[in-house]
Design a protein around this ligand. Structure first.
Ligand code: ZN
Length: 289
């Protein structure tokens, strides 16, 4: 199932995509809540109701007539792992960054979350804007102390992330948090592909194109710490909640590591594609004053 948060004539709802039609889930079944967070929190019985709705008995809109918002506009957490692809670690090493011997996690503040086709700001405060293609994991069950073996059952689904980064702000502090959290720097989407449709999240091809030029390309099996290890590690520390988003790392090819660096400019179009999941595309605009 492909789950969307969408807007039609200014009203936001959630839906599932069937072909080129968006089924409005709460309009088609009044027992289904109006937000993705509530749907994910409501558990398997309600999810099964969503799954059961067929086009013929549903309120639908053509996909072309709706605006897709971030599938989860308000996650309780958006966490991201750094240095999780070998070649990206090598390019970081070359840039003088120390390579860690354990998982490196940082916050993207949830206020950075934006839609799959929304504008991304070139901040007033920096011209070191960069992209990072990443596979996103959406947690489906409240959990703590999950083993890697049990982790797959905690996943609701997958989406495409661009971990937009402001490199000078990122490097000023070891937490990296500020440089990862500018408003609009968390485009996610275009939908959540439920976990039953992704046989293995480590068998996906992912790429980043900037203005049509291929910048990053990888298979997700090149992760150093796989998705299950990531969930096990994080849940050692904290309770993961339905709707929490984990960005699982970016491969080599970020603009800041190029010689000379190629940072993003106003008008640049970033497109992240993950086969079997979908794509997101965001244009860089000047941050409004
Ligand atoms: Zn990242």
């Amino acid at each position: 199932m492909k789950l969307v948060t969408f807007r039609c004539r200014g009203v936001q709802s959630i839906g599932k995509l069937v072909g080129n039609q968006v089924i409005d889930l709460p309009a088609s079944d009044s027992l289904i809540p109006r937000t993705m967070l509530e749907l994910l929190q409501s558990g398997p019985a309600v999810m099964a109701r969503a799954r059961a709705i067929v086009l013929e008995a549903a309120v639908t809109y053509p996909l072309a007539d709706v605006q897709l918002d971030a599938p989860i506009p308000n996650p309780s957490k958006y966490l991201a792992i750094g240095m999780n692809y070998r070649k990206h670690v090598e390019e970081a090493l070359a840039a003088g960054i120390k390579v860690p011997d354990s998982q490196v996690w940082f916050n993207k503040q949830v206020s950075c979350v934006t839609g799959p086709f929304d504008h991304v700001h070139l901040p007033i405060a920096s011209d070191k804007l960069d992209y990072e293609a990443e596979l996103g994991v959406v947690i489906g069950r409240r959990c703590r102390h999950v083993s890697a073996a049990d982790a797959p059952a905690m996943v609701a689904g997958y989406l495409v992330c661009n971990d937009v980064s402001v490199r000078d702000w990122q490097m000023r502090s070891p937490t990296m948090m500020l440089g990862k959290s500018f408003n609009t720097h968390g485009p996610i989407g275009p939908w959540i592909v439920t976990a039953d449709e992704i046989a293995d999240p480590h068998g996906l091809s992912m790429r980043m194109l900037v203005n049509g030029e291929l910048r990053q390309e990888v298979r997700t099996d090149e992760m150093i710490y796989d998705v299950w290890d990531q969930i096990a590690y994080l849940s050692t520390v904290m309770t993961l909640e339905p709707g929490d988003v984990l960005a699982t790392g970016t491969p080599s090819g970020v603009g800041g590591a190029m010689k000379p660096p190629k940072f993003l400019r106003v008008g640049d179009v970033m497109r992240v594609e993950i086969d079997g999941v979908g794509h997101i595309e965001n244009v860089v605009v000047a941050e409004p004053t």
